[in-house]
Write a protein that binds this ligand. Structure first.
Ligand code: ZN
Ligand code: ZN
Length: 643
């Protein structure tokens, strides 16, 4: 049996790491070498804050009818100047490309969106998705996430998601995954009468020192009580507590850091702590009641966990440290009637969560083992056109986009995609803009374009892939760029392709200067979609067409075909022509392409285009993308409606 890979994507929040580690440990322990687990942080760099911010706002600023994906993009752009989403989708894509997992586990709706992008359009990535919802009560954003399985803590949340989210195959109320050491404990047995054991209270201190000392004092005033105070890193507080209660020997124990927290919780009847998602879940998993101390700035998440405690009835809230004593008093009244009731409910909850991590891990294992080998595209080699040194028919596509700008595939993926299909040459032409010129309609793209600063990385990556494309597929890869000079109107806008470039070019230059620089590097200048587009959603760019006479000597070829569009006037004017797919995602393969009759050699191909002799175009169909896609159907209907 082959080894299966599970990828766990954490999103910068403490509880993500916690659950990721717990699940990984169980997976590795139970499945031995059959499953390989990789935990990756996608919340690093600038994205961490962005993901956190998104979490806090999810669903709240969403306009009516707006999809989650659209909202994430819009909100990200408005608030953070666009850096979050493009970074996230690139990171997720590259991580998937590197790890090729059978199952991906994720904790953040935005990560779910990035994964969704990877599986749309019958792209070649095949993996199962497991979303783990760690929110206690609100489920912001999860109603818009697509997944094979959503794992939530309780039945209430599961019900809500089943109603609101039709894109998930299965919602499981499986309990909150905690570290397996936090198992439910029995009620502490106490003798009666004189032998009665005291109530043991564990106080995990997180409030100010003076308040903490006063709280300990109040609790110690109750009869039959012992207190264990855990001060954590507050070493000085240790000394202060000893000084404040010199007489309380036997009734007060003081600790710094605690190694075996699970064991310590089990040895007590009641825990007093702050509302951290993890700590509360751990206490609940041991079946011990809790008093949560609110106060200060509590995030939405913390408020959620506070409400959870009162809803379950496994403890109570103290609205400030000053209230702790009063709450303890209530619990201990009448020989601890209240405390016993809390305990009963907390244990119910604990039993429900018992083994949650193991159950989640075993579902993931099942899914990984059921995964068949990723669908392989047959080595098509439809176009094996003879010896590279001799003239032959060469299928080329000189207009494609990758994840470096707004395309879906990584550079490596796009090379494999075209290489497997036997293309003789392709150019990657990601969008380059002058930041200072970013205008209205382009704002949506911002972050999904290259800027001058990205160019060294971009050319380095292309140089590497160029070698691989030739060695593996005998395919020529031309490094290129699409210069987006967008104005406010169609007539003020131009898209210019530069093909076979080696050095950065400043996009702030004029179009004429850019043409000069492209040619100076031995590259081709190509006018992209130079005339009115018929397809819905196409933005006309007519600047070069309007100034044909000026630009004719500077442009090597004009696109007569761009994806589904065909521009008759290019033919009528007898301009040198070429056609390309303007590829952004796999289904764009079905589109206009160029056929050259020449040697399989970069210089020969460029010369063929410059002379524009032995150049023809063809409408390419792929057996995997032959059917009418939804988008295409939409466009056709829109077109028919237009008349
Ligand atoms: Zn364009
Ligand atoms: Zn383009």
């Amino acid at each position: 049996m082959s080894v299966k890979d599970v990828l766990i994507l954490t999103g910068g929040q403490e509880e993500h790491h916690y659950v990721a580690r717990a699940v990984r440990d169980v997976l590795e322990e139970e499945s031995g070498t059959e499953i390989r687990v990789e935990v990756r942080e996608v919340g690093q760099g600038g994205i961490e804050g962005w993901l956190g911010w998104i979490s806090g706002k999810l669903g709240k600023g969403k306009a009516k009818g707006e999809t989650l994906g659209r909202w994430i993009r819009r909100a990200g752009i408005e608030v953070l100047g666009s850096s979050g989403w493009p970074q996230l989708r690139r990171l997720v894509a590259l991580t998937l490309e590197e790890t090729r997992p059978e199952v991906v586990v994720f904790f953040h709706p935005a990560v779910g969106m990035a994964l969704q992008e990877r599986v749309q359009d019958r792209s070649e990535a095949g993996f199962q998705r497991v979303g783990v919802v760690l929110e206690a009560e609100d489920l912001p954003g999860w109603d818009g996430v697509t997944a094979d399985l959503l794992w939530v803590a309780d039945e209430g949340s599961a019900k809500e998601l089943r109603e609101k989210n039709a894109k998930v195959k299965e919602v499981v109320a499986g309990g909150w995954p905690v570290r397996p050491t936090f198992e439910p404990a029995e009620e502490r047995k106490k003798g009666a009468g004189k032998n009665r054991e005291p109530f043991r209270i564990l106080y995990l201190i997180n409030s100010r020192r003076r308040k903490a000392i006063r709280t300990v004092e109040k609790i110690l005033q109750f009869p039959d009580v012992e207190v264990t105070a855990v001060v954590g890193k507050e070493e000085e507080l240790k000394g202060e507590l000893r000084k404040a209660f010199p007489e309380s020997q036997g009734k007060l124990e003081i600790h710094g850091w605690v190694k075996n927290l699970a064991g310590m919780i089990r040895a007590h009847d009641l825990v007093v702590t702050k509302p951290g998602t993890i700590s509360v879940r751990e206490v609940l998993a041991t079946g011990r009641p809790t008093i949560l101390v609110e106060g200060g700035k509590n995030s939405e998440k913390r408020k959620g966990i506070c409400r959870l405690i009162t809803r379950l009835g496994g403890g109570a809230l103290a609205e400030s440290p000053g209230e702790i004593g009063m709450r303890v008093g209530q619990a201990l009244q009448g020989g601890g009637v209240g405390l016993r009731e809390w305990g009963r409910r907390a244990r119910q909850e604990a039993v429900r969560s018992l083994g949650a991590t193991e159950r989640l891990a075993s579902r993931i294992t099942q899914m990984a083992q059921a995964a068949t080998e990723t669908q392989r595209v047959p080595e098509l080699r439809l176009m094996h056109h003879g010896h590279p040194g001799k003239k032959g028919l060469r299928m080329v596509d000189l207009h494609t986009h990758t994840i470096f700008s707004d395309g879906r595939l990584t550079l490596r993926e796009i090379v494999d995609f075209y290489g497997r299909r036997g293309f003789d040459a392709m150019a990657v032409t990601d969008h380059l803009v002058d930041r200072r010129r970013l205008l209205g309609k382009l704002a949506n793209l911002s972050g999904l374009v290259l800027t001058v600063d990205d160019l060294p990385d971009y050319f380095r990556a292309l140089a590497e892939e160029k070698n691989r494309a030739w060695t593996k597929y005998r395919m020529i890869l031309f490094p290129g760029l699409e210069f987006n000079h967008d104005g406010l109107t169609a007539k003020g806008s131009a898209h210019l392709l530069g093909v076979d470039l080696h050095d950065p070019i400043d996009p702030a230059l004029s179009l004429k200067e850019i043409c000069g620089q492209i040619r100076g590097q031995g590259g081709l200048t190509i006018a992209a979609h130079p005339h009115h587009m018929s397809s819905a959603g196409g933005q006309d760019t007519l600047y070069l067409w309007e100034r044909q006479d000026e630009f004719r000597p500077l442009i090597d070829a004009w696109e007569i075909g761009n994806r589904d569009d065909l521009f008759n006037p290019v033919g009528l004017k007898r301009l040198p022509l070429i056609a390309g797919s303007d590829f952004h995602k796999p289904k764009h393969l079905t589109s206009w392409k160029t056929l050259l009759w020449c040697e399989k050699d970069p210089e020969a191909m460029k010369e063929c285009i410059r002379r524009n002799k032995d150049v023809s175009i063809t409408l390419y169909r792929d057996h995997r993308f032959g059917g009418e896609s939804e988008e295409r159907e939409e466009k056709r209907t829109a077109f028919e409606r237009k008349g």
